[in-house]
Design a protein around this ligand. Structure first.
Ligand code: DX5
Ligand code: ZN
Length: 208
């Protein structure tokens, strides 16, 4: 399976966001956009108006770390999201939100926090383009990779999930390897890419 790399703009310079995106646009596969509301996670980032200003030729993988994501998915689709990823923990009717995203004509993913088991999303797996296995507690960039999340990746593949298995949090040229061996094919990485001297080399080193 080809390994996709999705630089997370959380670690980019928001004052020159499009310039930073331009440095990775030719080499990456998707742009990972972290949306935080200060409630679901203890941090606030950007909303749909800023997403709308992003200039990239790559698909936008929009990771919603917000409460009641169903109330906002249309705004993010209108702003240019190619794929909307909602947190299982934030949805009282996960299947309903997944359907809502699909009905808007974009791809859909579900993210699970470190404390959430794969079993929690069994019912919707067949509908998903992506499962995002969080390998840190969501909210901040630059945290250490949690290797004990790797069995979730293996479990998803053993269940026959054929979509993208993304990992997010603490992913670098070393930690990507164990994720790829377990069956992950999408590396979301913020600080490793945007804080490196050579972003292109950093991206390529995430392909295993
Ligand atoms: C964290 C975000 C991540 C974050 C990862 O809640 O979902 O996408 O940008 O940052 P790094 O790669 O620095 O751990
Ligand atoms: Zn993310």
């Amino acid at each position: 399976m080809k390994i996709k790399v999705a630089p997370s703009i959380l670690s980019a310079d928001f004052g020159r966001l499009n310039e930073d995106i331009a440095t990775v646009d030719e080499y990456a596969d998707m742009i990972h956009v972290d949306v935080m509301d200060g409630h679901f996670v203890p941090n606030i980032t950007i909303g749909a108006p800023v997403v709308k200003c992003i200039k990239s030729k790559l698909p936008l993988d929009v990771h919603l770390m917000i409460e009641n994501p169903g109330d906002f998915v249309k705004d993010f689709v209108d702003a240019g999201a190619s794929r909307i990823v909602v947190h299982a923990e934030a949805c009282s009717d996960l299947a309903g939100v997944v359907r809502q995203v699909k009905d808007l004509g974009v791809e859909v993913g579900v993210a699970i926090k470190p404390g959430t088991a794969v079993a929690e999303i069994h019912d919707v797996l067949n509908e998903l383009d992506e499962v995002l296995v969080m390998t840190v507690e969501p909210g901040f960039g630059g945290q250490d990779f949690m290797e004990n999340m790797v069995p979730k990746i293996r479990e998803l593949r053993e269940l026959g999930f054929a979509g993208d298995i993304a990992v997010d949090g603490g992913i670098n040229g070393e930690t990507c390897k164990v994720c790829i061996s377990a069956g992950a094919n999408m590396m979301c990485a913020g600080s490793y890419i945007f804080k490196s001297q050579d972003k292109v080399e950093a991206i390529e080193s995430l392909r295993g």
